[in-house]
Design a protein around this ligand. Structure first.
Ligand code: PPS
Length: 691
């Protein structure tokens, strides 16, 4: 194998860059044409081709046909494509340095680029193209075929978001998922090993099983959830991270109440893989396609409309009047155009879904001056990491061509920790951003909390109101807004726009019109099915919503007919019931479930599935095991005692008594009708049915 050093000296790298670029863009050209394009002799070209092939950067294959001068075909390998991306980057960096030096010479400024505020050159660095990790269309087609032989990793939804921003330059300067050394450096110091500022670990987490099958330096294919290839990656690093340390350093506490820490411990794989990525194609989005832009598309747009200064507004919430005022003020303060840049990848669990939000944004967009405001959707997976996240968001917006970034109160805050306290101080994010903005190349426009001053009928930053004791200050918190929506209460005009409220009400009708799930749990023979049946009939009598009963016995005859009673099978059975119930709830119906559901963790998982779409009402039918055994309606307890039925709940298999059920019903001295009525009263008190 050729020593790569022979082509990796600066001149050699330059030549290699030109060769790879040429083979990538004109793979079918004759050798003579390739040599001419690269600017070298035929002999030199042949040597170079051989060296590149020996280094695994290009593949040489025989080409059929009469022309002897075109006996061989040359194509970039996965590694060659990655090398081309790296060298392109290097080339661009050198050109930018040359440009800076020239600019300095012409303007007499010794320090390269002048400060951001005074820069008026039409090709400002925020408007120049940014490096991407994609290969050309032709190479992508070849790589797709080659990748059929590679081991594949099916990306999780979060990894797809990360990969998209890696490939399109949104995460520039990253060239792939972090290596172990970069990961440790980012966790400890918020910097890559080369010193560049980067606050967030972007890692490819995988299962131990998958990681154990890989060798160092192996190329793998990265595919979306339908199996479409998006990229290849050369796995240079494969390690088990210290997740507790990552949680402490990056998110401020190893506390599962933080959504990203919860994800880290309970969803992410145990092993991280690192290495350079070669982009083949963007993930496909079928929703709001015209509203999505890559960093280079936004930069090109800003160039076209002549926007030299752009202030970005990051959001994961619908826009209300306070946000509008804040963005107007920010644009005025920075004397910049405004980019509303909402996140539509993954936000905080429980947030308003992005479909609803985008309809809300579109509804208010015409309240902004069209000539100076634009909106684009960002497929980012947020981590809710407060201060670090603000710096990360700033770098991402710089990559998207923005010069200013709005950081408000509690930027990307994750809510309360398990002790009920805020994870970060309200202005920690602003403080950290301020510390680094000099080297970030994007300026912060900071805002304090905006509140409504009734007497002046306008929004003002809370800390700027000098006469606060003599005026009426109004504010509606997120929790209060959710309560008003859930109960169908008035949302005042001073708070939001009627169009936005109408959209929110469509998605979140009052609770009495939403779907919900009633989940009975208890021993076999406790009376679950009987009460569930009575409840179903009463709800059908009331009308308004379709009702479905998922009784334990019935489910086992249909949906779960192949399952037994091992822990694994019981979990599968309950998760299936949970899935069906969550679909019913999502579509506005009422699901009544009545399985034994003996394990607390599985019940919690079902609760989480359902609560994405509506209320989950857990009812513990607390008939004692002694009473169930005394009743023994099906004769199963007798068989269980005789050992003829194994793993029988309450006899030879455990039952975790619910600790936080919405309702506990006793059946021993109460009739069925009364039990069902207790459930109805509970539903009424939760606002799920009208009195
Ligand atoms: S589970 O644990 O939730 O999956 O059980 P479930 O699907 O609700 O059980 C349905 C009925 O199966 C009968 N049965 C058993 N129950 C418990 N343990 C064992 N080993 C077992 N074998 C059969 C039992 O009668 C359940 O019906 P219900 O309606 O609860 O009496």
């Amino acid at each position: 194998m050729t020593d790569p050093a022979s082509i990796s000296n600066p001149d050699g790298e330059d030549l290699l860059f030109r060769l790879l670029r040429q083979l990538d863009t004109a793979p079918d050209a004759s050798q003579r044409a390739t040599a001419a394009a690269v600017g070298i002799s035929l002999g030199r070209l042949n040597t170079l081709l051989r060296q590149a092939a020996d280094s695994g950067l290009i593949a040489i294959s025989a080409r059929p046909g009469p022309d002897k001068r075109q006996r061989f075909a040359y194509s970039l390998t996965t590694r060659g494509a990655a090398e081309k991306v790296r060298l392109t980057d290097q080339f661009l960096a050198r050109k930018l340095a040359e440009y800076n030096a020239l600019h300095a010479e012409l303007t007499g400024s010794a320090s390269g680029l002048p400060p951001l505020k005074h820069r008026t050159n039409p090709m400002q660095s925020n408007l120049a193209p940014i490096p991407e990790l994609y290969v050309s269309y032709e190479s992508a087609q070849k790589l797709k075929v080659e990748a059929a032989d590679l081991v594949s990793w099916d990306l999780t939804p979060r990894q797809i978001c990360d990969l998209e921003l890696l490939m399109n330059g949104g995460f520039n300067p990253l060239k792939g998922f972090l290596t172990e050394a970069d990961y440790n450096s980012v966790v400890d110091t918020m910097r890559l090993t080369d010193g560049s500022l980067w606050p967030m670990p972007i890692t490819l987490d995988v299962s131990e099983d998958f990681a154990s099958k890989l060798e160092a330096g192996q190329d793998i294919a990265l595919r979306d959830q339908e199996g479409v290839i998006l990229a290849t990656m050369t796995v240079t690093d494969n390690w088990v991270p210290n997740k507790a340390k990552e949680a402490e350093k990056v998110f401020g506490a190893d506390d599962d109440a933080h959504p990203a820490v919860n994800y880290l411990h309970n969803t992410a794989g145990k092993v991280y893989l690192g290495g350079p990525v070669t982009g083949i194609q963007q993930p496909v989005h079928y929703d709001f396609r015209a509203r999505r832009d890559t960093p280079n598309e936004l930069r090109a747009y800003f160039r076209k409309v002549g926007w030299n200064k752009v202030v970005a507004f990051q959001t994961r919430n619908p826009l209300h009047r306070a946000h509008q005022e804040l963005t107007f003020r920010a644009a005025r303060e920075a004397q910049a155009n405004l980019l509303i840049h909402p996140v539509v990848g993954m936000t905080k669990p429980g947030d308003v879904d992005h479909f609803t939000r985008v309809r809300c944004y579109e509804a208010v967009l015409d309240k902004y001056p069209a000539a100076t405001t634009s909106m684009s959707l960002l497929n980012l997976a947020m981590r809710m990491a407060g201060p670090r996240e603000a710096v990360w968001h700033g770098l991402i917006r710089k990559n998207h061509g923005c010069t200013h970034f709005i950081v408000g109160r509690d930027h990307a805050g994750p809510g309360k920790n398990s002790a009920g306290e805020d994870f970060y101080g309200p202005y920690d994010a602003q403080d950290l951003f301020r510390e680094f903005q000099g080297e970030m190349g994007i300026e912060m426009v900071d805002f304090k909390h905006m509140v409504y001053v009734q007497e002046r009928a306008q929004y003002e930053p809370a800390d700027e109101i000098e006469d606060k004791d003599n005026v009426t200050i109004l504010n509606i918190s997120g929790t209060e807004l959710r309560r008003r929506l859930a109960e169908g209460l008035e949302i005042p005009e001073w708070f939001s726009f009627p169009e936005v409220v109408a959209e929110l009400r469509k998605t979140k009708p009052p609770r009495a019109q939403q779907g919900f799930t009633v989940f009975f749990t208890g021993f076999s023979g406790s009376g679950k099915s009987t009460i569930a049946n009575a409840l179903m009939v009463k709800l059908m009598e009331m009308g308004g919503r379709p009702v479905t009963l998922l009784d334990g016995d019935i489910v086992r005859k249909n949906l779960s007919s192949e399952l037994g009673f091992s822990k694994e099978h019981r979990d599968l059975n309950i998760r299936r019931i949970g899935y069906v119930a969550s679909e019913i709830t999502k579509n506005g119906g009422i699901a009544i479930c009545a399985p034994i559901a003996p394990y607390a963790t599985t019940r919690r998982a079902v609760r989480e599935d359902v609560e994405q779409f509506g209320a989950f009402v857990e009812v513990h039918v607390a008939t004692s095991i002694e009473e169930c055994e005394r009743r023994d309606r099906k004769g199963l307890y007798k068989l269980a005692r005789e050992g003829k039925i194994k793993e029988f709940t309450g006899i030879s298999d455990p039952y975790d008594v619910p600790q936080n059920a919405e309702l506990v019903v006793e059946t021993e001295n109460v009739d069925v009708d009364n039990c069902a009525h207790q459930v109805l009263l509970k539903l009424e008190s939760m606002g799920l049915i009208k009195a």
